[in-house]
Design a protein around this ligand. Structure first.
Ligand code: SAM
Ligand code: SF4
Ligand code: SF4
Length: 338
C-alpha cells in the first residue's frame, strides 16, 4: 500500500513514537521509580517478554509508513538493553525516518556513546535534576553523585552527539537547582529542558502542590537572564523554547501540567513488551507484540494500529485536576518511558 494512502486512513497525524526498550533501571528516581516500591523483589519483565530488535524494527517500519517521522528510544534505562547500538543501526536505515533520539540517565554513555554515534544516532537527552551531589544522590535513590552523569555528557559530546538536558522540577526538592542548572547548561552551550513534575503512574505520590510550573521557573530565570521566545520548529513541538539573548543557546519547558497540549498530541508509545499506548496517562495498552507473533501480515498490523489510533480520545492533561489523578488506572513512567 502506498504511504500517502496509509497515512490518509488516520483521523489525526501520528508523527512521533516512543519505544521503551527495557523496564529496568540502574537508578530509583523518587519521582519515577521510588526505591521503596521498586525494591530487590520487584518483578521486572523477563527477557522473553521484551520485543526483539527484529520485532521493533518491523513495527518501526510500519509506524513510519503511517507517518511517524521521529522515534525516541527510552525505558527504564535504554542503555541497559544489550547491544542497543544494533537497534539504533537498524532504525537509522529506515527510509522516511528523519530523527532518532534516545533518553538516558547518562551513566552508561562513556561505554556506549561512540558506538551509538557510529550506529547513526545523532542526539541524546540526558536526565540530570541537580548539580548538588548529595541532593542528586537522594533524588536518584542510589546515592550516585553527579560525576557519572557529567562524564556521560562529556562522552556524548566527544562522540559527536547533540545533547539536551532534562530536569524534572519538584517543589521543595530541587527547585533550588533551577538557576545552577541554567548556569551550567548555558556555559556549556547545552539546551536545558525543565520538565513539570507529572502524575504518571501510581507510585510517586504526586500532588498538584509539588508542581513547579513553567511560569514560576520562567520568572526565576527572567530575574537573571534576558530571554527571547523561539518559534516552534514544527507543529506539535512539545517544548516551549526561549533563547538567552545574544547566544545560540535555548532553554525549554515541558508544560504537561500547566499548559497542556493534548489537542496537538501526535505521539504514541510502545512499551518494552509491545503494548501500544495512545496516551501517557491512559493505562489501557493495546497488545501488538502477541498479535505480531501470531503470524499476521504487515497490512493486518497497520489496520490494527489505525483502528486503535482512530478511536483514541485522550485528553488527560487538558482535564487534569488534583482529583483526576486519584481514580485512574495509570502506567508507570519507567514502563512506558515518558
Ligand atoms: N532512564 C532514562 C532517563 O531517566 O532519562 C529514560 C527513561 S525516563 C522515564 C524518561 C524521562 O522521564 C526522564 O527525563 C525523566 O526525568 C522523566 N520523568 C520520569 N518521571 C517523571 C515524572 N513523574 N514527571 C515528569 N517527568 C518524569
Ligand atoms: Fe530510571 Fe530514568 Fe526513571 Fe530515573 S527517570 S528511575 S533514570 S527510568
Ligand atoms: Fe497526549 Fe495524553 Fe499527554 Fe494529552 S495527556 S498530550 S493526549 S499523551
Amino acid at each position: 500500500m502506498n504511504k500517502t494512502i496509509i497515512k490518509d486512513q488516520l483521523n489525526r497525524p501520528l508523527r512521533d513514537l516512543r519505544i521503551s526498550v527495557i523496564d529496568r533501571c540502574n537508578f530509583r528516581c523518587q519521582y519515577c521509580m521510588p526505591a521503596e516500591i521498586f525494591g530487590p523483589d520487584f518483578a521486572f519483565l523477563p527477557k522473553s517478554e521484551l520485543m526483539t530488535y527484529e520485532e521493533i524494527e518491523r513495527l518501526a517500519k510500519i509506524f513510519v509508513s503511517l507517518g511517524v517521522e521521529k522515534i525516541r528510544l527510552t525505558g527504564g534505562e535504554p542503555l541497559l538493553r544489550k547491544d542497543i547500538s544494533v537497534l539504533v543501526e537498524k532504525l537509522s536505515q529506515i527510509d522516511g525516518l528523519s530523527d532518532i533520539g534516545l533518553t538516558t540517565n547518562g551513566v552508561l554513555l562513556p561505554q556506549h556513546a561512540k558506538s551509538l554515534r557510529e550506529a547513526g544516532l545523532k542526539r541524546v537527552n540526558v536526565s540530570l535534576d541537580s548539580l548538588n551531589d548529595q541532593l542528586f544522590g537522594e533524588i536518584n535513590g542510589r546515592n550516585i553523585g553527579t560525576k557519572p552523569v557529567l562524564d556521560g555528557i562529556d562522552a556524548a559530546i566527544k562522540a559527536g552527539l547533540g545533547v539536551k538536558i532534562n530536569m524534572v522540577v519538584k517543589k521543595g526538592l530541587n527547585d533550588s537547582e533551577i538557576l545552577p542548572m541554567a548556569e551550567y547548561c548555558k556555559n556549556e552551550g547545552l539546551q536545558l529542558r525543565y520538565i513539570e513534575y507529572m502524575d504518571v503512574g501510581a507510585t510517586n505520590g504526586w500532588r498538584m502542590d509539588d508542581v513547579v510550573t513553567k511560569k514560576e521557573i520562567y520568572h526565576i530565570l527572567k530575574n537573571k537572564y534576558e530571554l527571547e521566545p523561539v518559534d516552534p520548529d514544527y507543529f506539535g513541538e512539545v517544548a516551549k523554547r526561549y533563547r538567552y539573548k545574544g547566544t545560540d543557546t535555548d532553554v525549554g519547558f515541558i508544560t504537561s501540567v500547566s499548559e497542556s497540549f493534548c489537542s496537538s498530541c501526535t505521539r504514541s508509545r510502545l512499551s518494552a513488551n509491545g503494548q501500544l499506548f495512545t496516551c501517557l496517562f491512559n493505562g489501557n495498552g493495546h497488545d501488538i507484540r502477541d498479535f505480531m507473533r501470531s503470524g499476521v501480515t504487515d497490512e493486518e498490523i497497520i489496520k490494527r494500529i489505525t483502528d486503535i489510533w482512530n478511536h483514541r480520545n485522550d485528553r488527560y492533561s487538558d482535564e487534569r485536576t488534583a482529583e483526576t489523578n486519584k481514580n485512574r488506572k495509570k502506567i508507570e513512567m519507567s514502563y512506558i518511558g515518558g
